[in-house]
Design a protein around this ligand. Structure first.
Ligand code: CO
Length: 158
């Protein structure tokens, strides 16, 4: 059974590390499959649009994203192309609770990654999906949205 994992919160040095690539051999292990299932469960439970492995304390290049077609696992994601066009998008993050701000990101990106079966996959993402992939891949490089955001708002938890 998949577990809900505790989320690492800002400020933690774990959120500031550059995460390591995952080997193809490792992708095929049960340990990694379980971790993916746990991250998907955690993301859904906490109502996140995406989750990056450093947020649950693992500095490896793995992200999960909630898409309209269901949860997506992206291993070693790499943005290979970006549109000139950018757009401001309101963002939040499970690791920075109660904080929101506007971040300017590329509207369209090309991305290569390995899926949970270890299959190399290429996608072109637009709009919200493109923004989420950029937010989550930033986590893998130790970058948080608050580093880039303007009009930062703090909302007190009730
Ligand atoms: Co985040």
């Amino acid at each position: 059974m998949a577990k809900i994992l505790p989320i690492i919160k800002n400020p933690s040095p774990l959120l500031r590390e550059k995460s390591k690539e995952i080997s193809l051999k490792k992708i095929k292990t049960n340990e990694l499959k379980e971790l993916c299932a746990d991250m998907i469960k955690t993301m859904k439970e906490k109502d996140g649009v995406g989750l990056a492995a450093p947020q649950i304390g693992k500095n490896i290049r793995l992200i999960t994203i909630n898409t309209k077609d269901g949860p997506k696992v992206m291993i070693n994601p790499k943005i290979t192309g970006k549109s000139w066009a950018k757009e401001w998008n309101e963002e939040g993050c499970l690791s920075v609770p109660g904080v929101y701000g506007k971040v300017r990101r590329n509207k369209k990106i090309n991305c290569v990654y390995f899926d949970k079966k270890g299959q190399k996959t290429k996608i072109q993402a637009l709009g919200l999906l493109a923004f989420v992939i950029q937010h989550e891949t930033d986590h893998l490089d130790g970058i948080l949205f608050i580093d880039k955001a303007k009009e930062i708002k703090k909302i007190k938890a009730i």
